[in-house]
Design a protein around this ligand. Structure first.
Ligand SMILES: C[S@@+](CC[C@H](N)C(=O)[O-])C[C@H]1O[C@@H](n2cnc3c(N)ncnc32)[C@H](O)[C@@H]1O
Ligand code: SF4
Length: 453
C-alpha cells in the first residue's frame, strides 16, 4: 500500500506521454514541404517492412459526457456525416498522391467522438474506399471505439465484413449516481447486448474503457462496476485515471465541482482495488493503466518486449508511420509530428483547398529522438538504458531529484540502467518527467497537464 505522503509528494501536474515531445512543447513546426519530405522518406523506408497505421477521427457525439476531455462535437444532426466523410477521403487522397506504391495498412483505429454516430452505410463507403486503394497487411489489426448506446448489429456486421475484429466499448462506470453526474446513463443490459452481438458476429477482441477518479465514485461503486465487468469477460481493459482538465474548450467538466472528485490517496485506492480485482480474475497489468488476459497479444507483447505506445495508448507492435486523418488528428512519422485543424469547419476548409490540413507540428532533434525512446521504454517495459553521456549537462538539482526517486524506492539505478520498482509503477509519469529535457528546462507556469495520480 502506497503512503499518503508519497502520493501527495508526487501528485503534480504532468504529461501522459502519448508522445515525446509532448504537444505543448512542440516548437519546430514543419513547413508543408518539410512535412511531405518526412512522409515520403518514412513511407519508403517502412511500408514494405512494417506497413503503416491509420487513425481516423470521427468527432461527433449525440450527447455530452461531462467528464470528457476528447476532441468532440455534440450534435443530433446526422447531415454532418457525408461532408465530413468526403473531407476524410480528400485528405486520404492527398496522402496517397505522396506515395509511389500502394500503402500496406497494418492498423486502422476509428476513434472519436463516437465512430458509431455515423450510419453503417457511411462508414462502409469511407472504409471500402480506403481499403480498395491500399493493401491489407497479413497481420492487420483493425478496431474501433464503440458507444454502447448506438452500436447496432448493423454497425458491427458492416465493420466486421470490412475486416474489423476489435472493438473498444466506452463503459466508464456502472454506478447509477456516477452515470447520472457524468451524463452517461447506460445500464449493464445495454452493454451486455452489444458484447453478445459482437461475439456472435465473430469479433475476436473486446476492450472496455473504465475511468477511476470520476465525480461521486467511491470504493463500493468501483467494486460493483468491476464485478459487473468481470461477468462480461472483456479481453482487455483500459482503466484510465480521470484527467481533470476543465480549461479544455468544449468540455463539460464545469458541470461538477472539484469537491465531487476523489483525490490523492483516495483516488489511487480506487485503482489499487480495481487492480487487485482484475488480477484475481486472471488479468495482467500492462504498462501504466491497462489490463489484458494472460493469453492476449498485449500480454505477450509485454513479455516479448515488443509493447509499444502511441497516441491511442498501448499497442502490440510499432509502425514508424501513422497517418491521422480527420479534425484534430495527429500524424506521427517518428521523426516528425503534425496535428490537423481541431475545428471541423477549419479542417474541411483546408482539405478542400488541397492542403494537408495540419496547423502545427514538430520536427524532432537527435537529442529528442533519444529521449523519445527512453520514455517509451519506461512506459512500456518499466526499464531503460541511458546512453553514456546522457547526464553530462544535468544540473546538480536535477541529479538530486533523480536520486530522490531512488531514495523513495520508485526506481533502481545500476550503471546506465534504470528500472521502475513495483512501488514506482504508480509514479511512472513522474519518472518520465525527470528525463523530459524540455519540461525540465521550461516548467509550465499555468495548468496545462492533468495531475499524475
Ligand atoms: C473517444 S472516447 C470513447 C468512444 C465513445 N465516444 C464512448 O464514449 O463510448 C475515448 C475514451 O477516453 C476516455 N476519456 C475521455 N475523457 C477522459 C478524461 N477526462 N479522463 C480520462 N479518460 C477520459 C474514456 O474512457 C473514453 O472511453
Ligand atoms: S466520452 Fe465519448 S460519447 Fe462521451 S462526449 Fe466524450 S467522445 Fe463523446
Amino acid at each position: 500500500m502506497l503512503s499518503t505522503e508519497l502520493i501527495q509528494k508526487y501528485n503534480v501536474q504532468g504529461p501522459r506521454y502519448t508522445s515525446y515531445p509532448t504537444v505543448p512543447y512542440w516548437s519546430k513546426n514543419p513547413t508543408p514541404q518539410e512535412w511531405i519530405e518526412h512522409v515520403q522518406s518514412v513511407f519508403r523506408q517502412s511500408n514494405a517492412e512494417e506497413g503503416i497505421s491509420l487513425y481516423i477521427h470521427l468527432p461527433y457525439c449525440e450527447s455530452l459526457c461531462t467528464f470528457c476531455a476528447c476532441n468532440k462535437r455534440i450534435t443530433i444532426n446526422h447531415a454532418v456525416e457525408k461532408p465530413y466523410i468526403e473531407a476524410l477521403l480528400k485528405e486520404w487522397n492527398l496522402y496517397l498522391s505522396l506515395m509511389d506504391e500502394k500503402p500496406i495498412i497494418k492498423e486502422i483505429h476509428l476513434g472519436g467522438g463516437t465512430p458509431t454516430f455515423f450510419q453503417p452505410e457511411n462508414l462502409h463507403f469511407l472504409l471500402s474506399t480506403i481499403l480498395n486503394s491500399s493493401e491489407k497487411h497479413e497481420e492487420a489489426a483493425y478496431g474501433f471505439e464503440a458507444h454502447p448506446k448506438n452500436t447496432s448489429k448493423e454497425h458491427l456486421s458492416t465493420l466486421y465484413d470490412l475486416g474489423f475484429r476489435r472493438l473498444s466499448l466506452g463503459i466508464q462506470d456502472f454506478d447509477p449516481e456516477v452515470q447520472r453526474i457524468i451524463n452517461r446513463v447506460q445500464p449493464f443490459e445495454m452493454v451486455e447486448e452489444v458484447v453478445n452481438n459482437a461475439r456472435a458476429i465473430g469479433y475476436e477482441s473486446i476492450n472496455f474503457d473504465l475511468i477511476y477518479g470520476l465525480p461521486k465514485q467511491n470504493l463500493a461503486s468501483v467494486e460493483m462496476t468491476i464485478d459487473l465487468i468481470n461477468r462480461l469477460v472483456p479481453d482487455r481493459i483500459a482503466f484510465y485515471s480521470y484527467a481533470h482538465v476543465p480549461w479544455i474548450k468544449g468540455g463539460g467538466q464545469r458541470l461538477f465541482t472539484e469537491a465531487d472528485l476523489p483525490k490523492d490517496a483516495e483516488k489511487r485506492q480506487l485503482y489499487e482495488t480495481g487492480k487487485q480485482m482484475f488480477e484475481a480474475a486472471g488479468y495482467v497489468e500492462i504498462g501504466m493503466d491497462h489490463f489484458a488476459k494472460k493469453e492476449d497479444d498485449l500480454s505477450k507483447a509485454m513479455v516479448n518486449g515488443t509493447l509499444h505506445r502511441n497516441f491511442m495508448g498501448y499497442t502490440t507492435f510499432h509502425t514508424s508511420m501513422m497517418i491521422g486523418l480527420g479534425a484534430s488528428s495527429i500524424s506521427d512519422m517518428w521523426t516528425a509530428f503534425a496535428q490537423n485543424e481541431k475545428k471541423v469547419e477549419d479542417y474541411i476548409q483546408k482539405v478542400t483547398t488541397g492542403e494537408i490540413p495540419f496547423f502545427r507540428g514538430h520536427i524532432l532533434t537527435n537529442e529528442e529522438l533519444v529521449v523519445r525512446q527512453l520514455i517509451l521504454d519506461i512506459m512500456c517495459q518499466f526499464e531503460t538504458e541511458f546512453p553514456d553521456d546522457f547526464f553530462h549537462d544535468w544540473t546538480k538539482k536535477r541529479k538530486a531529484q533523480l536520486m530522490e526517486l531512488e531514495e523513495d524506492g520508485l526506481i533502481e539505478l545500476k550503471g546506465n540502467r534504470l528500472k521502475v520498482t513495483e512501488k514506482g509503477k504508480a509514479f511512472v509519469r513522474n519518472i518520465c518527467m525527470i528525463i523530459d529535457d524540455l519540461l525540465w528546462n521550461d516548467q509550465p507556469q499555468t495548468a496545462i497537464f492533468s495531475k499524475t495520480i
